[in-house]
Design a protein around this ligand. Sequence first.
Ligand code: ZN
Length: 310
Amino acid sequence: MRRALMILAASGSMAALPACEHNAATGRNQFILMSWDQEIALGSEAMSGLSSEYGGRVSDSGLNNYVEVLGQHLASFTTEQVPEGLPWEFTLLDSDVVNAFALPGGKVFFSRGLAEQLTDEAQMALVLGHEIGHVTARHGAERISHALAVQGIMIGAAVAAGASEDDSWIGQALPLVVGLAGQGYLLKFNRDQEAEADRLGLRYMVEAGYDPAAIFDVMNVLAAATKGGLPPEFLSTHPHPETRIEQGRRLIASEYAFTQNNPRYMRQKYRYERDFLDRAALLPPPPDRQTRINLAEPSTWCWHCAGGGE
Ligand SMILES: [Zn+2]
């Protein structure tokens, strides 16, 4: 961070850059070199390539709609935290990989492989809430800003002015968002960002009337999915599910204690089975089901997001 600031200062553009911004979702100040408009442009630019890499949107529009409607409902609790009219979009990908991720500016993706392992709507709401949290907390922009500044890359006058007309900077920022094609290594978030997204996810799901204890089921699914096939460095540099479970346990025992044994906070198990799982069972297998068996796919929901060595 200090080095990044020195580079910026040396470049003489320090004063012109929108560097430190207060985030309405998290309440903390963060180092951000881009405007919301630029985040939205970046997310839109990365969206189609990313989607097709993960099998594209599922063919059943009703299933995609289930995710879209739930996502939009959760996102409706963020209106005070993001610019008006942020183009949220939720996509159910036809992939067997167990994953969910978010691009800057409101594009959220959910894999069929993960959705089919969940057993109620509250679990899906938690995962969607977590991804929405990455967007409202501007983790993508924060991460890109750090990376670009450390590399001494100035995104140019367009960023300094907060303008989105000149999109030449996208060429420099895009690889940081999409990462290594086919590896599932998207924008890498660090542990603090993951913990923050978990906290925001719990907040949004509770506001939407779901039982936050669903986090324990989700973590179990993820722990089972990451068993086997993981390289040691993966284990050593990525956040342990136990840490995330512990944070969830703490919050549910304190801030969200009122939700427990409270019928207002639901799981919606029957609806999830009837409107999602039963319907998903009718779809042909995802195109990557065969490859996944051979690859021992290590990528799991925001597991791989934790940046090694940063
Ligand atoms: Zn995450």
